[in-house]
Design a protein around this ligand. Structure first.
Ligand code: ZN
Length: 450
């Protein structure tokens, strides 16, 4: 922790973080001379190769968002990039509640995003705002844009790849929708089970991987999506074959498709974190990772609709989180979960919403052991979720509390705001290893204590 402060590393819990752009106005890979097209028929290794620095170097990066009144900006964005004094996690928790989306944490202060109309409130509450600039201006000042982003899968490409995987592996893979998003997109779930298809029940122990709760964290779609490709590519390997035969595996790569599409639709990043709900004050979005029923609306959640950490009017008010609730409640066989976010390089376990360890000591030991094993495989840091600040309403607290699932939040790697597509290859490779480790204990997580 201290080391991280000293390095002024950007740290994200429940991810404030920015990612890469994807689509729209991007060149289609097949149009790049001498390079293969983004095909649904590529193997895991071929897909990974698409993300290499060499391959993506010639692709164009979309431009950053523009001010609300500039031509072609399309949307009103009155958010500010601010730096505020904050010396500990309790102050950070209060700032989250006041509507600050924390992005960078340093020893004595932090930087993040706040809606314009929350600035007066912050001053009134006595917080010292050291710096503030309109978000669009801040983004334009960043110089280290990546070379390209086109290798990221948008919603349609994600859908196409999932369908292609299922058609090639129809004996063990199936695809179903968890329900529709606010804007009526299907929330896809790929299932790998040698005996049960679609929503048919299974008595086998289950693992679930979820990506893209937060729209701009595009890497968090790539990891579970490519995990699906990997597992099906390696279905005949001894270990993978055993897991496929004995387990019920679910992969939900893009929980927030509306936010993802909004983030990339103009070819300029919108820095969208939330879903696309139209709130009572006409602002857009609820923070899906504050919307679960784990001390809903308590510490670290904002009740301010314009805030990026807005928890929504009630727990599970959003179709995306409600879909996860129904999915989990209908499957008593689930024992493990990994929810991907970016970035920070962390493997986190409950509680995040409470300033205390979990009560059940045996469970706590399982969480710690699993987190440390996955941390070794990813070179990330294992820690309890509340270490940087306390935040209620997150997926993993709820999944453990409501269903006893060993649920982890993985903050994927990456520094800077737009690390580009070249980061995908390494992130996927190491996180596939951790995901496979999770499968290895899904039959009975308690066995690792023996
Ligand atoms: Zn996140």
């Amino acid at each position: 922790m201290i080391k991280r402060f000293a390095l002024s590393l950007l740290v994200a819990l429940f991810c404030s973080h920015f990612s890469f752009a994807a689509d729209v106005a991007k060149p289609v890979l097949s149009e790049v001379e001498g390079q293969p097209g983004k095909s649904d028929n590529l193997s895991f290794n071929q897909l990974l190769k698409q993300f290499s620095a060499e391959y993506t170097a010639g692709l164009q990066m979309p431009e950053p968002p523009m001010p609300a009144d500039s031509e072609g900006a399309g949307v009103q964005d009155d958010r500010y990039w601010i730096t505020v004094q904050a010396a500990d996690r309790y102050v950070r928790t209060r700032l989250l509640e006041a509507g600050v989306d924390i992005v960078e944490i340093r020893k004595n202060d932090l930087s993040g995003i706040a809606p314009k109309d929350s600035l007066a409130l912050l001053a009134q509450k006595g917080y010292t705002i050291e710096k503030k600039v309109p978000l669009w201006q801040y983004i334009q000042s960043l110089k280290d844009f990546p070379a390209a982003d086109a290798a990221y899968h948008n919603y349609q490409e994600t859908t196409d790849l999932l369908k292609s995987l299922v058609s090639k592996n129809s004996d063990i893979a199936s695809l179903f929708s968890l329900g529709k998003s606010v804007e009526k997109r299907e929330i896809w779930c790929l299932r790998i089970n040698s005996a049960a298809k679609g929503t048919a029940s299974s008595g086998k122990p289950g693992a679930v991987y979820i990506g893209n709760h937060h729209a701009r964290e595009h890497l968090s779609n790539e990891v579970p999506l490519l995990l699906a490709v990997y597992l099906l590519d390696h279905r005949n390997d001894a270990d993978i074959g055993k897991y496929i035969a004995g387990l019920d595996i679910y992969i939900i790569p893009m929980l927030n498709p509306d936010g993802v599409e909004y983030d990339i639709r103009t070819g300029r990043y919108q820095w969208q974190r939330k879903n696309m709900r139209v709130n009572s004050n006409k602002s857009i979005g609820v923070d899906l990772n504050r919307n679960y029923d784990s001390w809903f609306g308590g510490q670290g959640a904002s009740h301010y609709p314009s805030a990026d950490t807005y928890c929504g009017p009630s727990a599970f008010s959003e179709p995306e989180t409600l879909a996860v609730k129904k999915f989990v409640e209908a499957r008593k066989n689930l024992t493990t979960m990994n929810s991907y976010h970016s970035y920070g390089g962390l493997i986190m376990y409950p509680w995040g919403g409470k300033d205390a360890p979990i009560d059940n000591e045996k469970d706590r030991q399982v969480f710690i052991k699993m987190a440390s094993e996955m941390a070794k495989l990813t070179n990330y840091t294992p820690e309890q979720s509340n270490e940087m600040y306390i935040a209620t309403g997150d997926t993993c607290d709820w999944a453990y509390d409501a269903a006893g699932i060993f649920a982890f939040t993985t903050e994927l790697e990456g520094r800077g705001f737009y690390p580009g597509a070249a980061i995908i290859e390494k992130a996927v490779t190491r996180n596939v290893k951790a995901a496979v480790y999770m499968l290895s204990v899904t039959d009975n997580p308690y066995k690792i204590l023996k």
